[in-house]
Design a binder for this molecule. Structure first.
Ligand code: PBG
Length: 337
């Protein structure tokens, strides 16, 4: 009987049939090139000095500002899910021009580090080293004549890093995008006898609209102006590589690209060029975007999230800082990927 369909098999004469590789789930598992694991993740945590009760962040459903006393439960969940590291952000009890709470030995991050180390000494604790949550003007450095001054800011950032490391932080993460911050931190740490503390540099940090929900979470929106005179111009790839190479030269242990999703090309280029561990920060806006679409019933959260995180890893990041860390770790436990 003559087929209704136009049969082209003779003309095609295919030897290679890539679909063979996708025939069954077990074949797909066998041929999978990128495997996501909970050990890829760093979970960011917000701790607020003024709180006694946990508070959900409106623009980031499922993410909370914790009081110091509530940190324990969050940490044991992270440990149970085999997530190897947390990244701590603090909201201070008061702000001033120099962000002095950021380097107070009893600041919220310093106390949080000690608390985490007490409940889970084996968990890696990273801290964000910046001034914007702590300054009354909301910029990431010292202001003089209406400008964010580089070198004075670097001095304060070094003080913050030392105080975090003294509290027991394993990794300090300078995120202010001041020139020379990595070298200054490395030197200050070494001189302070803190040579075992790692520096994870927010090397290629772009002036991105995707930080919006974070700024609400951390109350760190600048009072005037924006961060474009220190964070990178989003269209620039070659300059991102210069930033990364400069940090490598100054002694960074881990370099980072941030945000992740609109900068997968930067992640790939960085991976091909430097041999250091490479982190990518899947930032607040990238999280909120998915959460909002899921709430509308427009996207399948689990599927989309694992797809996105896998893409960040495929692009070349081997450390993924993500607000989805706990959820993704749970999902990965359920399915064999
Ligand atoms: C502090 C800092 C920011 C983020 C991480 N560290 C905010 C900013 O630079 O404005 C953003 C993280 C996120 O959006 O998830 N400088």
């Amino acid at each position: 009987m003559k087929s209704e369909l136009y049969d082209v098999s003779e003309k095609l004469q295919l030897r290679d049939r890539l679909r063979r590789l996708r025939k069954t789930e077990s074949l797909r598992l066998l041929c999978r090139e990128t495997r996501l694991s909970s050990s890829d993740f760093v979970y960011p945590i917000f701790v607020d000095h003024r709180l006694s009760e946990v508070e959900e962040i409106a623009s980031m459903p499922g993410i909370y500002r914790h009081p110091l006393s509530g940190l324990k439960d969050e940490i044991s969940e992270v440990v149970d899910l085999k997530i190897p590291a947390v990244l701590l952000f603090g909201l201070p009890k008061r702000k001033d021009a120099l962000g002095s709470e950021a380097y107070s030995p009893d600041g919220i991050v310093q106390q949080s580090v000690r608390e985490v180390k007490k409940v889970a000494p084996q968990l890696t604790v990273a801290t964000d080293v910046c001034l914007c949550q702590y300054t009354d003007h909301g910029h990431c450095g010292v202001i003089r004549e209406g400008r964010v001054k580089n070198d004075e800011s670097v001095g304060l950032l070094s003080r913050i890093a030392i105080s975090h490391a003294e509290a027991g932080a394993d990794i300090v993460g300078p995120s202010a995008m001041m020139d020379g911050q990595v070298g200054a931190l490395r030197r200050a740490l070494d001189e302070g006898g803190l040579d075992e503390t790692l520096v994870m540099s927010y090397s290629a940090k772009f002036a991105s609209g995707f930080y919006g929900p974070f700024r609400e979470a951390a109350e760190s929106t600048p009072l005037w102006g924006d961060r474009r005179s220190y964070q990178m111009d989003p269209p620039n790839l070659r300059e991102a590589i210069r930033e990364i190479e400069m940090d490598v030269g100054e002694g960074a242990d881990i370099v980072m690209v941030k945000p992740a999703l609109s900068y997968l090309d930067v992640i790939r280029e960085a991976r091909d060029r430097v041999s250091l561990p490479l982190a990518a920060y899947n930032v607040s806006g990238e999280y909120s975007m998915i959460k909002a679409a899921v709430q509308m019933g427009w996207l399948d959260e689990r599927r989309i999230t694992l797809e996105v995180l896998t893409a960040i890893k495929r692009a070349g990041a081997n450390i993924i800082i993500t607000y989805f860390a706990k959820d993704a770790a749970k999902w990965l436990r359920e399915v064999d990927r």
